[in-house]
Ligand binder design. Structure first.
Ligand SMILES: [Zn+2]
Length: 174
């Protein structure tokens, strides 16, 4: 999943407004940040065992939980952050094809093969996340304006990714 992960961060913000949106954005993309780091370090593995396998994401969630709880003593927020990290893998199983564990099978619906289905799946997550997030904003004169701009921008980004998928089949991750 690509931009859909932002939808989860926005929804989590509704659940717990005291968590910064930036922290939630870092959490929701953790496995992809790890891929980027491995790529920069020259250790990228196309099977994504170190970033997208079940044990890897469980370790990220545990580290995220411990680090946030240690820094803030806010156990509920720490739990939400670790759940946001776990959501990354669940959503990637819908749209992609990911490793289970070292030597284990690959699983996933691989919606990327059908960019229209991918856009629909990610669009639903983005739409629901944006609607939930809207409730966390202070009252405004025309509350729908900025939320519509945000929703439009996120959907446009997702559309760009899906059109790129249509033209290139697989997008280089590294
Ligand atoms: Zn991912």
């Amino acid at each position: 999943m690509y931009i859909g992960h932002v939808g989860v961060a926005l929804a989590a913000r509704r659940l717990r407004t005291r968590i910064g949106l930036l922290v939630l954005l870092v959490a929701t993309y953790t496995p992809d940040w790890v891929d980027t780091g491995l790529c920069l370090a020259g250790g990228y593995d196309p099977r994504e065992i170190l970033s997208h396998s079940i044990p890897a994401v469980l370790v990220f969630a545990l580290v995220g939980f411990t680090a946030y709880a240690f820094a803030t003593r806010d156990w509920t927020s720490a739990l939400i952050i670790s759940l946001v990290m776990l959501s990354h893998l669940l959503l990637d199983w819908v749209t992609g094809y990911k490793p289970t564990w070292p030597g284990g099978p690959m699983i996933g619906l691989q919606l990327y093969d059908n960019p229209a289905a991918d856009f629909l799946a990610e669009g639903i997550v983005i739409f629901v996340g944006t609607l939930l997030y809207e409730r966390t904003l202070p009252p405004r004169q025309r509350p729908w304006v900025d939320v519509s701009i945000m929703l439009g921008a996120l959907l446009a980004l997702q559309l760009t990714v899906d059109v790129a998928h249509m033209m290139m089949k697989t997008l280089p991750k590294c």
